[in-house]
Design a binder for this molecule. Structure first.
Ligand code: SF4
Length: 329
C-alpha cells in the first residue's frame, strides 16, 4: 500500500487570497510566492500531496524546494509544529517621521521632540546640495535617540566615492539605506557590513514614490508590515511629515498643516482625529487593492478618497492589475 504524505504550510508563511490568484508570504525569509487560487484553498488546511492536480505538481516542487511545507508520515500529526500569528501592537505615539532637512540645530530639536513620542523610524530628505560631512553630522544627532532605523534621501553626489559612503554606513549601524535621486543611472551599491545606496534616475524622491506604486520590485514582506496592513493603512498609520519650515502634515503632497513642530505639543497631533483620518483605511477597504494578492506587502502614499461608507478608491492608478497580472513597470 502506498503511504500518503500529509502536508501543511509552515508556520512562518501566510496565505493571501487575491481575486484571480493568491500569494504565500514567507514572513521570515521576506519572499512572496504566487499560486493559483485552487492551491490557496488546498493549502489553507492540511492536505495530501496526491490531492494536488497534476498541472500544479511542478509549482508544488518549486515551493517545496523553498521549504514552505511540513510533511507528516504515518500516524504523526502537526500538533507540535509552531504556528505564527502575527499581531500588530499599536503603542502610542508616532512610529515614523519623514523630515525635510531644515538645519542641524532645528533637526536636533525635532528629533528630541519625536524621541519623547517613541518615534523609531526616520527618513530625512535633503533637497539641496550637501557635503558628505553634513550626513555624518545628521547621523550624530541620533546617537542618544531611540531610533531603530534611519534613511536618507539626497540628491546625487557628483563626487560620489563608494569608500566614503561605505565608511559612513559602517560608522552608523542604524543608517540602513541612502536614496540618491537625480542620479544618471538606476543601480544599487550594497555594502558588506551595513546598508546600501540606491541610485534613482528621477528628479525628486516624490517621483520615485509615484513610479514605485505597484511596480514589480516594490513589495515588501515582513511580520511587522503584514500585521500592520491587516488593520491599518501601512503608509499613513502613526506617521508624521515635517516640512522644511517645521509644518506638520499627513503627507508632503498636502498643503494643509496641523501646526508647527517648534511650538506645538505633539500629543495634540497624535490625538487629532483629522490628522489620523487615513490611519484606519487599509487596503482591504480600497477598490481594486482589496482584490490584490500583494495588498499586505504594498505600501503607497496615495490619498484614499471616500466613495461611500467604508468604501474608498485611489484617483491615481497603480502600476499593477490584479485582474490581468500585468505590471506596467
Ligand atoms: S492594486 Fe493596490 S495593493 Fe495591489 S499592487 Fe496596486 S496599489 Fe498595491
Amino acid at each position: 500500500m502506498i503511504k500518503r504524505i500529509k502536508t501543511k504550510l509552515i508556520g512562518n508563511c501566510v496565505l493571501v487570497k487575491g481575486i484571480k490568484r493568491s500569494a504565500i508570504y514567507h514572513l521570515f525569509n521576506c519572499k512572496i510566492f504566487l499560486i493559483p487560487n485552487e492551491l490557496y484553498f488546498l493549502f489553507k488546511e492540511e492536505f495530501y500531496i496526491d490531492e494536488i492536480s497534476k498541472k500544479y505538481l511542478k509549482l508544488f516542487k518549486h515551493l517545496e524546494r523553498h521549504d514552505l511545507f511540513y510533511h507528516c508520515y504515518g500516524l504523526n500529526n502537526f500538533n507540535n509544529f509552531k504556528i505564527i500569528n502575527p499581531k500588530y501592537s499599536s503603542a502610542s505615539g508616532f512610529y515614523s517621521a519623514y523630515i525635510q532637512f531644515p538645519s542641524i540645530n532645528r533637526l536636533q530639536k525635532i528629533i528630541e521632540k519625536l524621541d519623547n513620542e517613541n518615534c523609531k523610524y526616520y527618513k530625512i530628505l535633503i533637497e539641496n546640495y550637501y557635503e558628505i560631512e553634513l550626513l555624518t553630522d545628521i547621523m550624530m544627532l541620533f546617537n542618544d535617540s531611540l531610533a531603530n532605523s534611519i534613511e536618507l534621501s539626497i540628491v546625487y553626489d557628483k563626487n560620489y566615492h563608494v569608500k566614503k559612503y561605505e565608511k559612513l554606513m559602517d560608522n552608523f549601524a542604524r543608517l540602513h539605506i541612502i536614496h540618491m535621486y537625480k542620479s544618471p543611472v538606476n543601480k544599487i551599491d550594497k555594502f558588506e557590513l551595513n546598508g546600501n545606496i540606491q541610485f534613482i534616475n528621477q528628479m525628486t524622491y516624490e517621483f520615485q514614490e509615484d513610479d514605485y506604486i505597484g511596480a514589480s520590485n516594490s513589495f515588501n514582506v515582513n511580520y511587522y508590515l503584514y500585521a500592520e496592513s491587516l488593520k491599518y493603512n501601512n503608509y499613513f498609520n502613526r506617521k508624521i511629515f515635517i516640512d522644511m519650515g517645521g509644518n506638520i502634515k499627513r503627507t508632503f503632497s498636502e498643503t494643509i498643516s496641523f501646526g508647527n513642530i517648534f511650538n506645538i505639543n505633539l500629543k495634540n497631533i497624535y490625538t487629532n482625529q483629522s490628522f489620523k483620518k487615513y490611519w484606519n483605511i487599509k487596503k482591504d477597504d480600497v477598490a481594486m487593492c482589496k482584490d490584490c494578492e500583494f495588498r499586505y506587502a504594498c505600501v503607497d502614499h496615495r490619498i484614499p478618497i471616500k466613495v461611500k461608507n467604508k468604501t474608498w478608491y485611489f484617483k491615481d492608478k497603480c502600476n499593477y492589475s490584479p485582474y490581468t497580472f500585468i505590471f506596467k513597470k
